[in-house]
Design a binder for this molecule. Structure first.
Ligand code: FEO
Length: 162
């Protein structure tokens, strides 16, 4: 095995955290769909797929370095949302939380002089900057529009997604 047991355990935890993010965003996508906010729904279905890919990326790294993959239970996410603003705010806070998890992993890799894992994690560090920034932008738009003009955010989101 090319990485330590401790690092392998931490990366396995992160696989679970990414799959949980996927599950959380999947539930949000379904809520949006139920509210007929189809563009928000599309954005969150897409995000759920991306989070699944993040988990898979780490899982494949574990296999590549000869570490055991340990799949853990994925917690049931909250699904009773009150408003689009609540969802976007929760997502923004969740991405800050995930950024902290990635930073903790990077710190551990630095402390262990594990250069392979540091190099691998760099992509995630960059990805988190992008994800926190885009959720921050979306949160500002949702707050600016308010509940009555949420359809305007749908239109803007549709244009941003292409
Ligand atoms: Fe996998 Fe949204 O971070």
């Amino acid at each position: 095995m090319m990485i330590s047991e401790t690092m392998a355990a931490k990366l396995n935890e992160q696989v679970n955290a990414e799959f949980y993010s996927s599950y959380l965003y999947l539930g949000m996508a379904c809520w949006f769909d139920g509210q007929n906010l189809k563009v928000f729904a599309r954005r969150f279905f897409q995000q759920a797929e991306e989070e699944w890919e993040h988990g898979m990326k780490i899982l494949k790294y574990l296999l590549e370095v000869g570490a055991a993959v340990q799949l853990k239970e994925i917690a049931c996410p909250k699904q009773d949302w009150k408003s689009p603003e609540e969802i976007i705010e929760t997502t923004y806070n969740h991405e800050i939380h995930v950024t902290n998890l990635i930073n903790d992993l990077m710190r551990a890799a630095v402390e262990e002089s594990d250069y392979a894992t540091q190099s691998f994690l760099k992509w995630f560090v960059d990805e988190q900057v992008e994800e926190v920034s885009s959720m921050n932008e979306l949160l500002a738009l949702v707050r600016m529009a308010g509940p009555e003009r949420i359809m305007l955010v749908e239109q803007r989101l549709a244009a941003m997604m292409g």
